[in-house]
Structure formats: structure tokens, C-alpha cells
Design a protein around this ligand. Structure first.
Ligand SMILES: [Zn+2]
Ligand SMILES: [Zn+2]
Length: 225
């Protein structure tokens, strides 16, 4: 059994996966290390026991505190090979808005973050069982070319920014399935979303807002296709 703890950080959600070992998915913006460490402490966990930091994609609001956390925990760092060049430069992958909110807010999005070394490059699939988690990473490109999702054996999926939870980055109606505001390739994202829906997820956790009931998401995206 793997437990998912959602961390509601400044701009985005990160996730602590608890199985036989611990894996952190995303690290928020910069300077969120203390919030993340506090979550560990509250759950009676030790940062040094973190085995791996996985990234859903290379954006400043998901990779911001990785360098600091890697240094403090000694955990390995993993990212998909297609987003790796951006990660190594501490840059966010370019994306295009698909709606007005996305267009309005993009000038206010900062780009850079502190970079660090990558230990593991992920490709189409990446098994998490060796890291004590009952699940795997699958490539789900579209928000960025190297966007990934985590598929747990329980049927729960963490989809990062491939899918949105609610309006205005999850501020309103966070439990309502939506498209996210920005995609590097919207058609490719729709294919990735369709692939996830075919897996009949029980619950879907996302980078902003959420979590979503699997059946609500399946209904919504089958209609929108
Ligand atoms: Zn993003
Ligand atoms: Zn995001």
C-alpha cells in the first residue's frame, strides 16, 4: 500500500508518497524547503529517509526547491529526458495559453529556479517498486514534452499539470476536472489525457487544485474530446 500526502505549497501541489520507502513528487517554488520539511516532521518522518525526488515536469513551480532538498536529504533526483535540458539550465519549458486566464497571467510567471544534477533520466516508463512505492511513472506529454504521471497500483493517478483541478489554477471549484491553462502541445495532451482515462483511475491528483474523482474526470474528458 502506498499512501499519498498532498502538500499544498505556494503556487502548486507537491506529493509525498509513503510506501516501504518515501518518494517526493515535485518541490514547489523556491524557498519551500521548510514547509516540506515541516510536513515530514508532522508525519513523524525523517528527511534523510527520502529515497527519490521525481518531477512531473520542468517548471519553476514544480522544481523550485529541488536543489536545496537534494542537498539536505541526499535523495536521488529524477526527471523525464525530454524536460532534462531545461532542468539542467534552471529554466521552465515554454508553454502556450489555451484560454484567457492563461494568457493574462503568463507575463507574471517567473521562469528560473536553482538547478542541480540529475541522477536518473526517465523515459516512457519508470518503475517505482525499487524505491518502495507500489506504482510506476508513465510519460504523459503535452503540458511539456517531458511531462509524466504516476500510476499507483491502487488505481490512483497523479497527473501533474496535464489536467487542471478547477478554475483559476484551482482557486475555484478545485474538485472539478478541467484542462489546465497552458500546454506545449494541446493535441498531444488530449491524447495523454485519453490514455489516462482508459486506465479507469479511482482518483486523480493534479498540480493545481484537485484531487478529482476518477469517474468525474472520465465523464468530463470523454465529453470534451
Ligand atoms: Zn507546469
Ligand atoms: Zn504548475
Amino acid at each position: 500500500m502506498t499512501q499519498i500526502i498532498q502538500l499544498n505549497l505556494k503556487l502548486s501541489n507537491a506529493f509525498l508518497l509513503l510506501g516501504k520507502k518515501m518518494v517526493l513528487l515535485d518541490t514547489g517554488t523556491s524557498n519551500e524547503t521548510s514547509t516540506i520539511i515541516r510536513t515530514f516532521q508532522k508525519a513523524g518522518l525523517n528527511l534523510q529517509d527520502l529515497s527519490l525526488i521525481v518531477h512531473t515536469h520542468a517548471h519553476f513551480d514544480h522544481c523550485g526547491s529541488t536543489a536545496d532538498l537534494q542537498q539536505k536529504s541526499g535523495a536521488l533526483v529524477a526527471i523525464h529526458k525530454s524536460d532534462a535540458p531545461f532542468f539542467l539550465e534552471g529554466k521552465s519549458v515554454h508553454i502556450e495559453p489555451i484560454n484567457l486566464f492563461g494568457k493574462l497571467i503568463i507575463p507574471f510567471m517567473k521562469d528560473g529556479y536553482q538547478t542541480t544534477k540529475i541522477d536518473l533520466l526517465m523515459d516512457d516508463e519508470f518503475d517505482l517498486h525499487p524505491f518502495g512505492i507500489d506504482g510506476k511513472v508513465i510519460a504523459t506529454p503535452g503540458h511539456t514534452p517531458g511531462s509524466i504521471s504516476i500510476l499507483l497500483d491502487s488505481g490512483e493517478i497523479i497527473a501533474g499539470d496535464l489536467i487542471g483541478g478547477g478554475r483559476l489554477m484551482g482557486i475555484l471549484q478545485p474538485g472539478r476536472p478541467r484542462y489546465h491553462h497552458w500546454y506545449s502541445d494541446f493535441d498531444l495532451a488530449k491524447k495523454s489525457i485519453a490514455r489516462i482515462m482508459e486506465m479507469n483511475p479511482t482518483r486523480i491528483f493534479v498540480g493545481h487544485g484537485g484531487p478529482l474523482e476518477g469517474k468525474d474526470a472520465i465523464r468530463y474528458f470523454n465529453r470534451e474530446r
